[in-house]
Write a protein that binds this ligand. Structure first.
Ligand SMILES: C[S@@+](CC[C@H](N)C(=O)[O-])C[C@H]1O[C@@H](n2cnc3c(N)ncnc32)[C@H](O)[C@@H]1O
Length: 290
């Protein structure tokens, strides 16, 4: 199996596993956590009535539904994701909203056979950081976009600029064996942090006018340290580190997280800084380098 194929297989297994099940069961809480990101990214994307939109790695459908609302019944929005468990909830939410202009498809956005030149806007909240070969993936996405179509991506800057996700992991280092650090080209939560890499990917895939705008905002992990600790255990770095560990280790990690978050408790809960890029670009009409 090629590296690209085996990374793809691993990603599909991961996003359909128990390790990411909380993206489904905690959808409402995750959406509250990232509400500021959602608003900023949708404002940057500026979806218009009647447009045709793609939501890449749409997950449980939060941004898909917002895009559907913005484009109205005269537009259409397609969400694509490799996670059946997340798409099952997205389908329920689309049906409950009566959003007939929204659809989802279970497939790899890097390889899906989209109708060519069909989207005015391609959008994601955190759904593009996991491609094995991002230049090839974005070449495929660009071919699906109309020439001059808009791309808007919300991605994280590097880990040290995201204490909400990374600072607390030091508190459990003594309890778990940390995995080997990811290489700069490997998929992962912070793999789009380096602006030079983002430009190299998008330029290489045939996009133009690539602009990275920093977005800095606090992320509220919970009403108090106990809630923040619970959250840190099931999402992002904490979830990866604690995947498959015995219950005794989990409980020790919970206590360590809680002690870490205690000094961060404030009137609005436990908030720590997050740093993102809002990336915008335009699809060019030129043939994409294969
Ligand atoms: C961090 S989650 C974000 C989900 C959603 N956009 C949100 O903000 O709630 C990343 C999503 O990307 C999806 N994903 C990862 N690799 C993908 C691929 N190659 N094609 C389509 N979706 C992918 C995952 O299944 C997951 O739903």
């Amino acid at each position: 199996m090629s590296d690209t194929a085996s990374i793809g297989t691993l990603q599909r297994a991961y996003w359909n596993s128990e390790a990411t099940r909380r993206w489904v069961t905690e959808q409402a809480r995750i959406d509250r956590l990232f509400a500021g990101v959602t608003e900023a990214a949708l404002a940057a994307a500026a979806p218009r009535p009647g447009e045709s939109v793609l939501d890449i790695g749409c997950g449980t459908g939060t941004t898909l539904l917002r895009l559907a609302e913005a484009i109205g019944s005269g537009g259409r929005v397609l969400g694509i994701d490799i996670s059946e468990q997340q798409l099952a909830l997205a389908r329920q939410r689309i049906a409950a909203a009566g959003a007939t202009q929204a659809q989802v498809v279970l497939d790899d956005a890097a390889a899906h056979d989209f109708p060519p030149a069909s989207f005015d806007l391609a959008f994601t909240r955190f759904g593009v950081m996991f491609f094995a070969d991002p230049v090839a993936a974005f070449g495929n996405l660009r071919r699906a976009m109309k020439p001059g179509g808009r791309l808007t991506l919300a991605v994280f800057r590097p880990g040290p600029e995201n204490p909400w996700a990374t600072a607390s992991t030091a508190a459990i280092r003594h309890l778990v064996t940390p995995p080997a650090p990811l290489g700069p080209e490997e998929p992962g939560q912070f793999s789009w942090g380096d602006p030079a890499r983002v430009r190299r990917i998008l330029d290489g895939a045939g996009f133009r006018e690539v602009v990275l705008t920093p977005l800095d905002l606090p992320i509220t992990l919970g009403a108090d340290a106990a809630e923040a600790a619970e959250f840190a255990m099931f999402i992002g770095q904490g979830a990866r580190l604690l995947h498959g560990v015995p219950d005794t280790t989990r409980e020790a990690a919970r206590a360590a997280f809680e002690a870490f978050f205690k000094p961060h408790e404030g009137p609005g809960g436990v908030s720590l800084p997050a740093g993102l890029w809002l990336v915008s670009a335009l699809s060019s009409a030129a043939p994409c380098p294969e």
